[in-house]
Design a protein around this ligand. Structure first.
Ligand SMILES: [Fe+2]
Ligand SMILES: [Fe+2]
Length: 394
């Protein structure tokens, strides 16, 4: 079900002042995203978060309050109940690093220096922009790349804050005691990630964007769901999978040494987080009833589709391009950006096999992944089977 693309052609909408037209187009675009959710149960579950994120735009108000509903578990027997998680906890303690002192913050970052471009030349296809009537000179191209990089890093930053809070919730909500030990190290990891991304944006790029409405919606959905496994699934598998894809893509393309090292260290930490998600969820999902497992399968599929279609730098569009083109035209343009296409491929290479590893890619739902063009990722190795070098290669 889709609303017809009347907005592009409607003469009344076209004549609206740019800020009003931008708002109308955003609502229609969001409504289309919500209506594209095919599973009614999933749509009902996502609706409150979508209302807060997409329509009330609570992510843009500086602060947001999310009502947690999970149950916290104490265990006064202090059991040693999962040796693999305990081993991961030991590993995480050994590999802690200090974001303030282990990165060289003295590095001078100049986004306009041709020797250290923020992203490779091929990341943006300028001919597509030129066809849309935007013909930037060399400096304006660098400014655009700076803004695009700051937009991506800002989404990483906000995602990391979501991960920090979700990891704290998961530490309370998991019944496994070794899981709580490991979870505590992840809370520390995520705080460090917030610290380094925030510092990089503030001190080096001097630019930061608001949270993307769709990312807010996904984070809101998992933070307010009372079931511990939905938090794991949403954060450790889906959002972390997205993050691993994004970090690896940006690390491969950037020539800026501080950012490369920052991302290398963060990717190492994130790989542990995804591993934790697989360790916790695979046995749990084997025990669920058919009906409960189906609900998770459908929810994960819809969130994956949302992630594929919705990270289109609209914050950048609203700032600089709304007077030049419609939102639909922008969407088409960004979808053709080679760097973001690589990012989507890397993200699904990470994410889809992990869904298989936890048992959420049964033949029933695999058909849907095939239908939307993601079938080729199903049988690739999951993150827990990859070496560090493979993880960095993306
Ligand atoms: Fe993180
Ligand atoms: Fe993480």
């Amino acid at each position: 079900m889709q609303i017809p693309a009347f907005v592009d052609k409607n003469p009344i909408v076209r004549r609206l002042p740019t800020p009003v037209r931008t708002r109308v187009e955003a609502y229609v675009d969001h409504l289309n995203a919500v209506l594209a959710v095919e599973n009614l149960r999933v749509m009902t579950r996502l609706a409150p978060s979508a209302a807060r994120g997409l329509f009330l735009r609570q992510g843009r108000s500086g602060r947001a309050r999310m009502q947690a509903r999970h149950r916290a578990w104490f265990d006064f027997d202090y059991p040693h109940d999962n040796p693999e998680m305990r081993a991961l906890y030991e590993k995480a303690k050994r590999l802690q690093w200090n974001g303030a002192t282990d990165l060289d913050w003295q590095t001078s970052v100049d986004p306009y220096d041709p020797a250290t471009p923020l992203v490779d030349r091929g990341f943006v296809d300028w001919s597509v922009f030129e066809r849309a009537g935007f013909r930037p000179d060399a400096r304006a191209r660098k400014t655009f790349v700076l803004k695009l990089t700051a937009w991506m890093l800002s989404q990483f930053l906000h995602g990391e804050q979501g991960a920090l809070l979700a990891a704290a919730q998961v530490t309370e909500a998991t019944e496994q005691f070794d899981g709580k030990f490991y979870g505590a190290t992840q809370v520390m990891d995520e705080a460090r990630h917030v610290e380094v991304f925030h510092r990089y944006l503030t001190e080096k790029l001097e630019l930061r964007y608001e949270i993307n409405d769709n990312l807010f919606t996904i984070i809101d959905g998992l933070m307010t769901d009372g079931r511990w496994d939905m938090k794991f699934l949403g954060m450790q598998i889906l959002v972390e999978g997205l993050a691993l894809g994004a970090f690896a893509t940006l690390r491969r393309t950037t020539h800026e040494p501080l950012l490369r090292e920052l991302l290398r260290r963060v990717i190492h930490d994130e790989a542990r987080h995804v591993r934790y998600g697989i360790l916790a969820l695979a046995p749990h999902y084997r025990r669920l009833s058919e009906r409960e497992r189906r609900e998770r399968e459908d929810w994960a599929f819809e969130v994956v589709v949302l992630m594929r279609n919705r990270f289109l730098a609209h914050e950048l569009y609203e700032e600089d391009f709304a007077h030049l083109m419609s939102r639909r035209e922008w969407n088409r343009l960004v979808e053709q950006m080679p760097g973001l296409e690589t990012f989507r491929r890397t993200m699904f290479r990470r994410l889809v096999p992990n869904l298989r590893a936890i048992g959420l890619l049964t033949p029933r739902v695999a058909r849907h992944y095939e239908r939307v063009g993601l079938g080729r990722y199903i049988h690739l190795p999951s993150t827990d089977r990859l070496s560090d070098a493979q993880m960095m290669a993306g």
